[in-house]
Design a protein around this ligand. Sequence first.
Ligand code: NAD
Length: 496
Amino acid sequence: MTIIGHLINGETRQDKSRTQDVFNPATGEVSKQVSLASKETVEEAIAAAAAAFPAWRSTPVGKRTAVMFKFKALLEQHSDKIIELIGDEHGKICHDAAGELQRGIEVVEYACGAGQFLKGEHSKNVGPSIDSWSELQPLGVVAGITPFNFPAMVPMWMYPMAIACGNTFVLKPSERDPSSTLFIAELLKEAGLPDGVMNVVNGDKVAVDTLLHDDRVMAVSFVGSTNIAEYIYKTATDNGKRCQALGGAKNHAIVMPDADMDNAVNQLLGAAFGSSGERCMALSVAVAVGDAAADSLIQKMTAGMQSLNVGEARQKDNDFGPLITKESQNRVVGFIDSAEKDGAKVVVDGRAPKVEGFENGFFVGATLIDNVTTDMESYKNEIFGPVLQVVRVETMDEAMQMINDHEYGNGTCIFTRDGEAARYFTDNIQVGMVGINVPLPVPVSYHSFGGWKRSLFGDLYAYGPDSVRFYTHRKTITQRWPSSGVREGVTFSFPS
Ligand code: NAD
């Protein structure tokens, strides 16, 4: 059986002492195994990155971005293979995997502009014969730890920008679907990246803890579930590292009585059930304002859900695929059970979908639950499955209060035709990424991505301008070249 290994100093290799099964979630069968790196293996990767740093830091930015231009071309050339690798291990449908890859490529495109965003700032004559400028210098070895749900895109939120800024990188991808991540990292070598600048270690907590405790690692970017994000942030910062740790989500959509309901329903179908709800920006709660809006929403959603196809990744006609593991499938079904037990009404029940030929896959069908209340466990927790819960409220303020009270603050959206309501919503909602009639307001690569509250630990967001700040130190230099013969006397007062 294939064992997926690591990429260290330009070479692929394996740790055979500890491995973990990788599943094809559509069949439920083990398809590969992945090496779980030991502490020593991770330390070798860190050493390779540290050794590569001085030369890479001194490489002219134009040469660094030339690698990124070539990398982008290789990603496009190999897109079919990447999409298949994602589908085989994650289970997402080919058109959805293509979208994920495209959003990753867009970050690479942004990184191609490093010459522009690393220019710094210059001020002439801040004092007599004195000039001052600020420059952005790379940090050194930086690490990324990533989740299963976007095995191509989320790692690309991190290393293209880190590397373009002159850092070297150690990536610890998800052990549940590691193949596409590793394949993409190998393309960087073909694009001309020197050995050691990009390293990948597959693994579990052993690998993560090694990265968090090693003094040579200057910064850690993390994306994953909230409890782990909080642990990563605390441990990394206790060890003196810069850290950004993006966590989980519970994304609400407010459906106003004046909304274009057909449009809202189309948007909700894609945003709630696309990728089986395994997106940190998935809309998992619809808050309907007024019973008329709620009844219309339930009726139109129910009709729209009849034609959804759940199935395996390579079939273009499928709308979404299986969940990542048997445990995830059981957890999602458990939340549907608990909502029902707590008094909510399961209007469309996806607990036992029939997927012909894939009877052992980890599938859950699209599920719609009405009359959900905020005290239910299914409301409080992130379900991360194809489940849309409907909460009924009387007013927009009630809907907004509910969102603001939730522990997560990643994404949200309002469906309305009222500009004044939309403006009030964007001003006052306690959430990092906000959509107006846009269900998945994932910022483009030249903005930055991040949530509020327990959806993000740290100050700087992922990719875009924030990532330039995250992956660099600012240094401000003040210099004087006095005109010949001019001498200043001694002064003890503060320079002004
Ligand atoms: P996860 O937290 O289980 O794993 C993320 C990473 O942490 C993996 O690399 C994993 O190996 C590592 N990890 C897991 N347990 C660990 C431990 N005890 N100690 C150290 N490291 C550990 O997340 P997941 O299930 O892979 O991904 C789904 C979660 O990620 C969801 O909560 C989703 O909302 C979140 N997510 C958030 C964003 C965002 O931008 N906010 C984006 C994508 C996913």
